[in-house]
Every structure is written in structure tokens, then in C-alpha cells.
Design a protein around this ligand. Structure first.
Ligand code: BGC
Length: 565
């Protein structure tokens, strides 16, 4: 496997347009494609997307021009939280395939110059995991201290006020131990006690196991939950309006009413991350750790988690996603990020398997006005040109809108808990449309997909867009080609223009002796953006901007790349 990886790397270096990217920094400024396995392509006809399905579609992925893929958790799991509830950290779940299928994906991806990230869940397991089964059975049982156990309060209630981000208390009573156990997410996802050296070593061993199978890095789930306050202090109230949907699903969830001082982003978590970095990259300098940082102010915290070379390589967060007053908040967030990140690193993420599709959420106003396709291109343009890398969720390259989900088709336990107040995660997880004319839009050759394909997605299938020059899909491929040709964009610094709070977002990227300014009109009216005399438009794919005497004319939802000097 490592010879293959070296060969792939040599090719990548040969074709790199950005001479400044050192081999161990391959992930910097990379464009990843997130694969939600259950919904991508079913390779064995059982109605559930799987690893064989990914192997079938590797040519499609290579043709997109991405640098890497992120595979959703494929580990053994009762699938209550669809793989984020792991019952064996070293086994592939039969519904996803086998370890041989995984190796085939890795080899096929590497042959095509694509890196592979695996999702890994270090903070909790399923309650079906043998470790937890033993731990819950008694205070002297094996693995007794591998989870977070606490006595009840004097009045019998849980030890403190911590809540689950999925709704309800974060503590569940276990009569066999006469104690509560802690679970920041679902009741069936008990938190591991990673202050316990044996538990931490077991997790590190499992991580090393998959690294040695040949993956290039991990997307680490929920790193804000790696640790918790040892004295179990209650969280104070948040004390400010909480309309931030990135925090635990939004205001309909009381979780958002607390300031999560003692159950999220607890300092010892950084020590655990440092240990992971040390142990996993020793002798493997190219192995990358990208941590999901949610439920906290990630834009300000990213630097703490990623600066230097001792902690995470990069942060993956929700800060650009799903805000009320999306355009103004997006611009504000980008400014905060740019001001705080310093030498840290993050990715630009607008949609993932936990959110609504961005084209309907962030630019819902454009979708309502019948301009979904232009909005989809604009969002992809931003992801590809803003500082950081991009993680594009499957279907964003097709401009898929958020579909309606009937109550009987809902599977997401979080949504079911909070139904009908929280729309949940099922819509974004509906099967990927490959072929507009095929049964189940080509997602499965079987009769019974685990989720129906959204009818609204069928006409937007790959088959309908692949040969069409102006389609979102063709645009995306051309955009990534263009990005590669302008290799300085991978690492270039960023300055977000001050004083112009929408609808035109302007930012400048500078590095390697080059400089380019980007303009994005996030509104439905045409705009003219002032530009110095001599400003020159770059031929960025899909841009209909014009240089005029008064400045750069941008159509509704239009974008441009400009050289000012
Ligand atoms: C994942 C979710 C999952 C949760 C609990 C996350 O942040 O992205 O899909 O439900 O962690 O593991």
C-alpha cells in the first residue's frame, strides 16, 4: 500500500501547480468530497449504499478533480445513529461491506490520485459495544472506568445540568451500577472516559489499525467532546439570544440555552489531541487529522486546535452553515475567521450530513426566486476560492435542493426526538441521483432503497448534467480545473474587504507573489462594485461579470475574479 501511495504522491507532486505545498501538507487547501456511504451508491443491491458502491464510482470522483474523499463511518454499528454509534472500532459493518472492499476503495482512489479520509468516532461508542456492556454491569467489572459514570445528586436527579445536543438530559440512570452515565448525544452513545489511559490506548490502537490499512487521515468526530470537566460543574446559562442553528440544532433545543463551559472544548481535550497527533504521525508524517469542531465558537477556536504542528491539522466546522440572516452572518463569520485563524487551518463547509442543503438554506431566497442553479454555482465558487480548503458534500456538485421528507420516511433519531420542531437530517441524506431514467435514479439496483430518492432530485441526476455545458456539474469540474491552474490559491492569505456588508462579498487572496480579488454578489439585484482603473477580469468559469468604467458589474448571484494591479 505504501508503494502505491508513494507513486500517487509522486504524480501529485509532478502535477502540482503550487510549488509551496510540502508532501506532508497535502491536505492544506485541498478539496475533499464527503461521501455519506449509505446514500451514495449501493453496490450489492440490498438498498443501502456501501463501499463497493464507492469503488464503482471512483472514475466519477476522479473526473470531478477533487483531491480527496471523506468516507462516513463504516465500522460495526447497530446503526441507530447510522454508524456514529460504533460497536466495534476495528470491524467493517456488514451493511457497508468488508475490509477487502475498503482496501479496494483505498487502492482505487490512490491509483487515481485521490486521498482517503475515514470518519472516526473517538469520543463515544454504541451502548452495544462490549466495553460498555461490561462497564455498565458493575463497578468492579472489566472496563468499569472506561465510560463517564457519576453518582446521583442528593435529590436523585443527575449529577449536573448537562444536556444532550440531541435533546433531553445528557445523563441516563444505570440501575446495575446505581449510577448515571454521560452521553453528549444519544442515550445509546455513552461517552468514553479518555482520561483513563487504557481506554485512550484502545482508541489510539484502533486509529493506528485503520491508518495501517492505508487511509491517509481521519475526519475525527466531535472533538469538542473529547473531555469534560472533571468536577462535573453545571453549565451557566448562555444569557444571550441563541438563534444560532449550529449550536445543537438551534433555539428549539434547550441545549442552546447553556454556555457549554464544562461539557465542550474542555482544556484536557487538547492533551488528547496532542497525543493522537504524536502517536499517529510518528513515522507517518503525511497522516492527517481533521477534527469536527461543533457546538462551540469554532471560528475563534480553530486557531487553538490547529496552529503549530502538535494538534489537529485542520478543523472542520459548521460556522458557515445555516444561520438566520444568512448572507450578513456569513460575511461576519468569514471576517471573524480571517481575523482569528493566524497559522491555523480549516475547511469551507456549507452542507454536510447533519445539516440542510446550503442552496436551500443559505440561499433559500434565490431558490424561492427560481435561481437555484445560479446560487449553487455561487456557493461552489465561494468554497473553492475562500482561504482554507473545501469539503463538498455529495450532491452539492449537482446543486441539489433540500427535499421534503415525509414523516414515515424519517430515520434520524435526533429529528424524531424533536419532531415536528426540528427538520432533522434525513433530507440531506436522501440517496444520490445517478441516472434520471433509472429505477431509484440509479442509486440501487435492488427494489427497496433504505430511503426513497427525492423526486425533485431525479431531473438533476448526473446523467442529466454530465454532458450539459452550463450545468452545475460541468461548472464545478471547470472551476476545480481553474483552481488548480492558479496553484497559489491553495495557501494564499485572505483579507475580507471591510465596510461593505453585502450583498457583495469581496475578498483578496495573496501569496507566492500573486494576488487576486474575488467578488460574490449574494443578492438578487445586479451590482456594480468599484474597482481601481486597470482592474482586469480573470476568465473564471461561469462568471458573467463585466468590467465597466464605474467598476465591475455583477449580475444577480454573479461572481468574478479580478487582478487589481
Ligand atoms: C456527527 C453526527 C453524529 C454526532 C454524534 C457528529 O457531529 O457528524 O452525524 O450524529 O457526531 O456522533
Amino acid at each position: 500500500m505504501s508503494d502505491r501511495r508513494d507513486a500517487m504522491l509522486a504524480r501529485a507532486i509532478l502535477h502540482a501547480d503550487a510549488p509551496a505545498v510540502a508532501p506532508e501538507d497535502w491536505w492544506r487547501g485541498a478539496v475533499f468530497y464527503q461521501i455519506y456511504l449509505r446514500s451514495f451508491r449501493d453496490g450489492n443491491g440490498d438498498g443501502i449504499g456501501d463501499l463497493k458502491g464507492v469503488a464503482e464510482k471512483l472514475d466519477y470522483l476522479a473526473d470531478l478533480g477533487i483531491d480527496g474523499i471523506w468516507l462516513a463511518p463504516f465500522y460495526a454499528s447497530p446503526q441507530v445513529d447510522f454508524g456514529y454509534d460504533v460497536s466495534d472500532m476495528r470491524a467493517v459493518d456488514p451493511s457497508m461491506g468488508t475490509i477487502e472492499d475498503l482496501k479496494a476503495v483505498i487502492e482505487g482512489a490512490h491509483d487515481r490520485g485521490i486521498r482517503v479520509l475515514a470518519d472516526f468516532v473517538p469520543c463515544h461508542t454504541s451502548d452495544q459495544h462490549e466495553w460498555f456492556q461490561q462497564s455498565r454491569s458493575g463497578r468492579d467489572a472489566p472496563h468499569a472506568d472506561w465510560y463517564v459514570w457519576a453518582d446521583r445528586s442528593e435529590d436523585g436527579t443527575p449529577p449536573n445540568n448537562w444536556l444532550s445536543s440531541f435533546g433531553g438530559p445528557a445523563w441516563t440512570w444505570e440501575p446495575r451500577r446505581s449510577q448515571y452515565y454521560y452521553h453528549p448525544f444519544l442515550t445509546c452513545q455513552p461517552a468514553l472516559n479518555l482520561r483513563n489511559e487504557d481506554a485512550l490506548c484502545a482508541v489510539l490502537d484502533a486509529m493506528a489499525f485503520w491508518r495501517d490499512v492505508g487511509i491517509d487521515g481521519f475526519r475525527l468526530d466531535a472533538v469538542q467532546c473529547l473531555c469534560w470537566d472533571e468536577t462535573l460543574r453545571s453549565n451557566p446559562p448562555r444569557g444571550e439570544p441563541f438563534d444560532d442553528v449550529a449550536i445543537g440544532g438551534g433555539p428549539n433545543n434547550p441545549f442552546a440555552a447553556q454556555s457549554h463551559l464544562f461539557d465542550r472544548d474542555v482544556p484536557h481535550g487538547l492533551r488528547i489531541i496532542e497525543r493522537m497527533r504524536r502517536e499517529l504521525t510518528e513515522g507517518h508524517p503525511e497522516f492527517a487529522l481533521i477534527g469536527e469542531l461543533a457546538d462551540v465558537d469554532s471560528s475563534r477556536l480553530a486557531v487553538k486546535y490547529t496552529a503549530g504542528r502538535e494538534r489537529l491539522h485542520a478543523v472542520y466546522d459548521f460556522d458557515l452553515i445555516q444561520k438566520s440572516d444568512p448572507v450578513a452572518r456569513l460575511i461576519e463569520t468569514l471576517r471573524v475567521r480571517s481575523d482569528h485563524v493566524g497559522s491555523g487551518w480549516y475547511y469551507n463547509v456549507l452542507t454536510n450530513h447533519d445539516t440542510q442543503r446550503a442552496v436551500s438554506q443559505l440561499t433559500g431566497f434565490a431558490e424561492d426566486a427560481g435561481r437555484r442553479e445560479e446560487a449553487a454555482k455561487l456557493l461552489l465558487f465561494l468554497q473553492a476560492t475562500l482561504r482554507g480548503g473545501a469539503i463538498v458534500f455529495q450532491g452539492e456538485e449537482l446543486g441539489l435542493p433540500q427535499p421534503e421528507v415525509a414523516r414515515e420516511d424519517m430515520h434520524d433519531p435526533w429529528a424524531i426526538n424533536l419532531y415536528p420542531d426540528f427538520v432533522g437530517r434525513d433530507g440531506v441524506r436522501m440517496p444520490f441521483p445517478w441516472d434520471a431514467g433509472a429505477d431509484h435514479a440509479g442509486f440501487t439496483d435492488g427494489d427497496d432503497p433504505w430511503m426513497p430518492v427525492a423526486e425533485a432530485h431525479r431531473p438533476l441526476a448526473v446523467s442529466a448534467q454530465a454532458e450539459e455545458e452550463g450545468s452545475v456539474l460541468s461548472f464545478f469540474k471547470a472551476l476545480l480545473r481553474w483552481r488548480r491552474e492558479h496553484g497559489f490559491l491553495r495557501l494564499a492569505d485572505e483579507t475580507i474587504a471591510e465596510g461593505e456588508d453585502g450583498p457583495v462579498l469581496a475578498f483578496t487572496r495573496a501569496g507566492d507573489g500573486e494576488e487576486m480579488t474575488f467578488l460574490a454578489n449574494l443578492g438578487l439585484a445586479p451590482q456594480v462594485h468599484s474597482a481601481p482603473r486597470g482592474a482586469k477580469l480573470e476568465a473564471v468559469p461561469g462568471s458573467a461579470a463585466r468590467a465597466k468604467e464605474e467598476g465591475i458589474a455583477l449580475p444577480p448571484l454573479g461572481f468574478a475574479a479580478v487582478r487589481l494591479g
